[in-house]
Design a protein around this ligand. Structure first.
Ligand SMILES: NC(=O)c1ccc[n+]([C@@H]2O[C@H](COP(=O)([O-])OP(=O)(O)OC[C@H]3O[C@@H](n4cnc5c(N)ncnc54)[C@H](OP(=O)(O)O)[C@@H]3O)[C@@H](O)[C@H]2O)c1
Length: 384
């Protein structure tokens, strides 16, 4: 069997490392061609030794030393060269596991080149999902999401007619502050937030899970990936994080995808789709599960989710601004510049100053992204 040739953008992050574990478990199925990261030099060195990629892209400052030490590998500048690299003919699947808006250009290039794309990154879909999906329709690129909720929806919808869809139930574990009253939210520290109860993830997404902005992004992501109106996407708090999302049809039937909370499951599915392979993980023990519980999200306690719904309804450049302002605000919180509750204020104030552009092109999106970062930064400086 011909091996699938894989590129992993963000190989040193939480998703990237898990993707490499999946690949290591099936050496007869996959071959790593390209690894890309930013600053984690020691980890990329050990990944080069273990997976022998042909190409590696990193921040340019690290390239001279890496080139000296690994003469068999061709090195590239991640910021400049990723769009060209992912379009290469010797790459079959591109895993987008890097954080932030920087993923947009390589994501779009991979889609335009007709690759199978496995995005964990949600920022690019939030910023420019319509452009990415339209490019995929034109090129025939297949997008199989890695984000566990989107993977669940993808699996529940497979082979079904989306016209029969009544609504999507997008589940959320509830984040680190689910049980803490709103009045105490401004006292929580970065350390409190990073102790996420269910999933082990990178810092940015863990903070977004605590504000529920992550769920808001997923609402927009689902809207784009599955072509569903935002009012058909219902967020449900499900603390056990066993059901990764559900799809309800017009006849009242609900189909759910369940699994252990391990990202290797959706990553492997995205890599092997439409096939499935065995997975050496502990299985879900249904008898041990005492109960699966659900509650409606408290939008007063988690106003960022409400803000994300509003941006989704507004469409145009509003989701781009939401994403960019959130990136700046979360970074400021992680650096101790603003309080946890300041994240919402920065995003809300940035959005309130934005003049929305309906049906934006790529240039409008880039402009809105840059504008929002600058505006959010100004607001951070004023409140810190
Ligand atoms: N973790 C999860 O369980 C999870 C679940 C669903 C969706 N996601 C999404 O998946 C993405 C990655 O999340 P994560 O938790 O894996 O993040 P993470 O642990 O913080 O890792 C981020 C990765 O992106 C790389 N990176 C950052 N900027 C880059 C750039 N400009 N060029 C190339 N590489 C760059 C980092 O490289 P360095 O290490 O070298 O800095 C690292 O490899 C995010 O968009 C997140 O929302 C994550």
């Amino acid at each position: 069997m011909k091996k699938k040739r894989i590129a992993i953008l963000g190989s040193t992050g939480s998703i990237g490392v898990n993707a490499l574990k999946v690949i290591a478990a099936h050496p007869d199925r996959f071959e790593v061609v390209l690894l890309a990261a930013h600053n984690s030099v020691n980890l990329i060195r050990s990944q080069i030794r273990q997976y022998a990629p042909k190409f590696v892209a990193m921040a340019s400052v690290h390239l001279p030393q890496l080139k000296k030490d690994h003469s068999r590998v061709k090195f590239f500048d991640a910021q400049r060269d990723l769009p060209e690299l992912v379009s290469r003919a010797d790459i079959d699947v591109v895993v987008i596991a890097m954080t932030g808006a920087a993923a947009l250009e390589p994501f779009l290039a991979a889609v335009r080149a007709g690759k199978k794309v496995a995005p964990a990154n949600k920022e690019a879909l939030v910023m420019a999902g319509d452009i990415l999906m339209e490019a995929a329709r034109r090129s025939g690129s297949v997008i199989v999401p890695v984000d566990s909720e989107q993977s669940a929806i993808f699996q529940c919808l497979e082979g079904r007619n989306t016209q029969d869809l009544h609504q999507i139930h997008l589940t959320a574990s509830g984040g680190a502050l689910r049980c803490l009253p709103r009045m105490k939210h401004d006292q929580v520290s970065v350390k409190d937030i990073l102790a996420h109860p269910r999933w082990k993830m990178g810092a940015k997404i863990t903070v977004d899970s605590a504000t529920l902005m992550n769920k808001g992004f997923e609402v927009i992501e689902a809207q784009r990936l599955f072509g569903v109106g935002v009012d058909k996407i219902n967020v449900l708090i499900h603390p056990e994080a066993i059901i990764h999302s559900m799809v309800e049809f017009i006849d009242g039937s609900i189909i759910a995808q369940l699994g252990v909370t391990d990202m290797r499951l959706p990553i492997q599915y995205a890599l092997t789709y439409p096939e499935r392979l065995p997975m050496p993980l502990k299985r879900l023990d249904l008898v041990q599960l005492k109960a699966l519980t659900f509650e409606a999200p408290d939008l007063k306690k988690f106003p960022s989710l409400k803000l994300a719904y509003a941006a989704a309804r507004q469409a145009g450049t509003a989701p781009t601004v939401l994403n960019a302002a959130d990136e700046i605000a979360v970074e400021a919180f992680l650096k101790g510049k603003i309080k946890f509750t300041g994240i919402h204020s920065v995003v809300e104030r940035t959005l309130s100053k934005h003049v929305n552009v309906p049906r934006p092109g790529l240039l409008d999106i880039k402009y809105a992204d840059g504008w929002a970062r600058q505006k959010a930064q100004e607001i951070v400086e004023r409140v810190s």
